[in-house]
Ligand binder design. Structure first.
Ligand code: HPA
Ligand code: ZN
Length: 346
């Protein structure tokens, strides 16, 4: 790829929207829009503690990660049947296609569902069928990453892994999410070691609200290949060097960080600092139905607030493909498409 041409500020949002990209940090339960929550509640006879869509939306005023998680787990309670999981993921893929997402790796939280008596088969078959249709109908390649809830025990994670093993071929990797502070990565050392033996790709949320020490142990104890969020790494110069040297991707989610008060405003987000330090940063939506936007909203709002330029856009999109768990040939094709987009953009 030749040097990236500078682009006038008024054309930048169009470039950000039209460039092909991969989304690597999306909790599929976090794509449940209030309208779908109410529709599924009615379909399944689930009683919600909110009387209207507007009342539910009004509750989306978060002060930290836990204040969000409480509402997010309540929203997921409407998911009962395989078709519900399919409909949720299909709605996400339609939105992702409109944002020119060509590849997506979806997090899902099986324990949120199995704890309510929903079978692992129901969860995975519904999500997997939506992934297959995303490829066939929308041209999006998609795969599933199973996350363990870190506020639960490692034993519970092991039981979840056991239940998921019959669906091994439908799961590309495992991750770690939910309340971070007080639940360090090393709490899950044994189950991640087992997942590594089984050949799963490994990722973990670390350094969202938690300290740089959690990013270190995600790398050195869990041996993850990517860090989800990781924005707190900028507080540790040695960690920044390590992440840059090993090309460990950070799946950063600016609107999530804004809504969960990790940064006071988007202008003070450290995305540019992380990029300038040579880290393999990507931009993602995390829980788009709750945080006010899908991946293109994350790009356009963050670029407008921080002054990032076309060169950064290229780097971020390219990083998203480089850091993905797709095969080398497909990766090459996506990067060729990205290069063609930048070359022809006027
Ligand atoms: N952090 C931790 N757990 C989560 C998140 C997040 O941003 N979204 C959904 N589960
Ligand atoms: Zn997340």
């Amino acid at each position: 790829m030749n040097a990236i041409k500078p682009i006038s500020p008024d054309r930048l949002p169009d470039l950000l929207r039209s460039m092909p990209k991969a989304e690597l940090h999306i909790h599929i339960e976090g794509s449940l829009e209030p309208e779908l929550i109410f529709a599924l509640a009615e379909r399944n006879g689930v009683v919600l503690s909110y009387s209207s869509i507007a009342e539910l939306r009004n509750a989306y005023a978060f002060t930290n990660l836990q204040s969000f998680l409480d509402i997010y787990y309540a929203g997921a309670s409407v998911l009962i049947k395989e078709q519900d999981f399919y409909d949720m993921a299909h709605a996400y893929f339609v939105k992702a296609a409109a944002d020119n997402v060509v590849h997506a790796e979806l997090f899902f939280d099986p324990q949120t569902h199995t704890a309510r008596g929903v079978g692992m088969d129901v969860v995975i078959n519904g999500l997997h069928r939506a992934c297959v249709d995303a490829q066939n109908e929308l041209g999006i390649s998609a795969s599933l990453i199973m996350c363990f809830l870190r506020h639960l025990s490692e034993e519970d994670a092991f039981e979840t892994l056991e239940k998921a093993l019959p669906y091994r071929e439908m799961i590309i990797g495992v991750g770690l999410d939910s309340g971070e502070v007080g639940n360090p990565p090393e709490k899950f050392a044994k189950v991640f070691a087992r997942c590594r033996e089984l050949g799963f790709h490994l990722v973990a949320h670390a350094g969202e609200e938690g300290p740089p020490a959690y990013v270190w142990t995600a790398l050195d104890v869990l041996k993850v290949e990517r860090i989800d969020h990781g924005v707190q790494a900028s507080k540790d110069a040695l960690l920044m060097q390590r992440l840059a040297a090993d090309r460990i991707a950070l799946t950063v989610c600016p609107l999530s960080n804004l809504k969960l008060c990790v940064f006071a405003d988007l202008a003070s987000h450290n995305l540019m600092h992380l990029l300038d330090a040579g880290l393999a940063v990507t931009v993602n939506s995390d829980d788009p139905a709750y945080f006010g936007g899908y991946v293109n909203d994350n790009f356009t709002q963050t670029f407008a607030a921080t002054g990032l330029q076309a060169q950064h856009a290229y780097t971020l999109a390219r990083n998203s493909f480089e850091a993905s768990f797709i095969d080398a040939a497909t990766k090459r094709q996506y990067i060729d498409r990205l290069n063609a987009c930048f070359e022809s953009f006027t």
